[in-house]
Write a protein that binds this ligand. Structure first.
Ligand SMILES: *Cc1c(COP(=O)(O)O)cnc(C)c1O
Length: 534
């Protein structure tokens, strides 16, 4: 170490100096390298172990197979000849999407800059009228009711009630409760009313959010922060894209369509096929291990809290009556018929809800506190939701629930009894039903495409392939048309040359090949881009 005491040598020959300095450290460096190697090995082994434990051996082997095959496909797609082909095909798909969404032609006026002088209401309404029909030549196709979900309409009268309430609170913002006291009160009351429906305990509480997605995101944040504080979990093994927390995909039993009881979120009812998870089982597990359970009742919303047993349907317990259930999300903007942009996230205790809040006492703009993601929020929507709930009342909801659930049952029964090519997934207890095909010549997606030709906008389910219908008040009067069209569609699908339709192309691709998910992802991204084409 003589040269250390000789700074001049260091200046003249820095490299030699470094070498000399590190020389004696080389051995230690090797030890450090090995230590790092074993450290990483342990970390990855631990992760692999948890993955195996969560997913089981078969599923994990499948996961690895999928990863490897996707990697190979990605390499393959990088070949210049393949790249050219992919670019051409993607270009075609992009154009196809654009033609379906963006109106074109000499008569289409595009409003790309602010008008110099402001326009009148008459002008605005006239433009809206034009825009309504310039893409397809007709407006208001949803009124025919040939839709799955999408429009949870509560009737003509309700529309007037919503717009009147909206008008009154048009400029309100719950971020300023002192300025808009009525809006604060209405939000608190919406939460209270929904808690009552879900048998909330005395300590029950909640927040109104902008929709089911925000409600669920808030629950994830709450449990992540709860886990950190109460259980010391710094690497949560559950989660979502926004929070950098690992997602565990939970296997669903292919027959019952319920989640296998390993993880603590459940749906009631779930979106793809309307099945109800075993929430009581989840609740017991949660109590045993001191964990939380979130129940996604976004879709079940204002259907499942009402008694379905007089209709011959049985729903197992799912709400706060189960002691292990600690939070529930319920979309007022679905079967609650409230205006779009409202949902409620409920918690068993205020202590738990606190983990959802964003509080920043250090901000230079003042102490900032917001109950959810949003800062400013539309008080008008809260007023709309409050008005709707007051106007419909228990009796009104019970009536609509009855008609919707009975229509769903009628469809499920008719499919089982009179369309031998199809089968109903699981045993849907409420307002959603999905059908797969059990006939070798009938592809469920072909049936979906044949239904599209008959004016139906249905959704698709993959794994197994199926088509999905969320029944709404708009569907109730067209159940017979639906069944007649479905029978025809099955016959058409039987004769159709396979693999041609859009549903088949898009969703079929996603599940049938290694390249599928990648390409479908690309197409979905192109779809999002197209939404912003002015
Ligand atoms: C609709 C829905 C949600 C949330 O969707 P938003 O469109 O954000 O309201 C969540 N879970 C299920 C099961 C749903 O059906």
């Amino acid at each position: 170490m003589s040269s250390i005491s000789n700074p001049r040598a260091a200046l003249v020959q820095p490299l030699a100096y470094a070498k000399e300095l590190l020389g004696p450290l080389a051995g230690k460096l090797d030890i450090a390298k090995s230590a790092l190697f074993y450290y990483l090995l342990v970390i990855y082994a631990r992760k692999a172990y948890w993955h195996l434990r969560a997913r089981g051996i078969t599923a994990s082997v499948k996961d690895v197979y999928l990863l490897v095959s996707q990697f190979v496909v990605r390499l393959f797609l990088r070949l210049p000849s393949m790249q050219r082909k992919v670019t051409t095909e993607m270009g075609k798909a992009r154009l196809d999407i654009e033609n379906k969404l963006v109106p074109k032609g000499p008569n289409v006026v595009r409003h790309l800059t602010l008008p110099e002088d402001g326009k009148s209401l008459d002008w605005i309404l006239a433009e809206m009228e034009k825009m309504d029909i310039e893409l397809t030549g007709q407006s208001g196709i949803w009124t025919e009711g040939k839709l799955s979900g999408a429009v949870y309409h509560g009737g003509e009268e309700l529309q007037k009630i919503i717009t009147t309430a909206y008008d009154r609170y048009c400029v309100s913002n719950p971020l300023h409760p002192d300025v808009f006291p009525a809006v604060r009160k209405m939000e608190a009351e919406i939460v209270a009313m929904v808690l009552k429906l879900y048998n909330g305990p005395d300590t029950g509480c909640g927040v109104v959010t902008s929709g089911g997605t925000e409600s669920i995101i808030m629950a994830l944040k709450t449990y992540r922060d709860w886990g950190r504080k109460v259980k010391g979990i710094t690497e949560p093994e559950m989660g979502a894209a926004y929070f950098n927390i690992k997602v565990h995909v939970i296997p669903v039993n292919s027959y019952t369509r319920k989640v296998d009881l390993k993880h603590l979120v459940g749906s009631c009812i779930n979106y793809p096929d309307g099945a109800q998870d075993d929430i009581a089982g989840l609740s017991e597990l949660a109590l045993k291990y001191n964990l939380g359970v979130h129940v996604d009742c976004c879709l079940g919303s204002f259907i499942i809290p009402f008694p379905l047993s007089p209709l011959g349907l049985q729903l197992a317990p799912f709400d706060f009556r189960l002691k292990g259930v600690t939070s529930i999300s319920c979309d007022t903007h679905k079967y609650g018929f409230a205006p779009k942009g409202t949902s409620v996230i409920m918690y068993r205790t205020p202590e738990l809800r606190r983990f959802q809040y964003y509080v920043n006492p250090h901000w230079t703009g003042g102490v900032y506190a917001s109950p959810s993601i949003s800062g400013s929020r539309p008080g008008a929507l809260i007023a709309g939701a409050w008005a709707v709930m007051q106007h419909i009342g228990t009796k009104g909801y019970l009536d609509s629930c009855r008609s919707i659930v009975l229509a769903t049952r009628r469809i499920a029964d008719a499919v089982s009894a009179s369309i031998p090519e199809l089968y109903v997934l699981g045993d849907p207890p409420a307002s959603v039903v999905a059908f797969g095909s059990k006939h070798p010549q009938v592809d469920a997606f072909e049936v979906g495409d044949a239904m599209s030709k008959r004016g139906w906008h249905l959704a698709s389910v993959t794994n197994p392939k199926a088509i999905h219908l969320a029944v709404t008040r708009l569907t109730v009067p067209v159940v017979d048309t639906f069944l007649a069209d479905l029978k025809d569609a099955v016959q058409e699908a039987k004769l159709a040359p396979s693999g041609k339709g859009t549903m088949v192309a898009l969703y079929g691709l996603g599940e049938s090949s290694a390249v599928g998910p990648e390409m479908v992802g690309e197409i979905a991204t192109a779809f999002l881009d197209t939404l912003y084409k002015a």
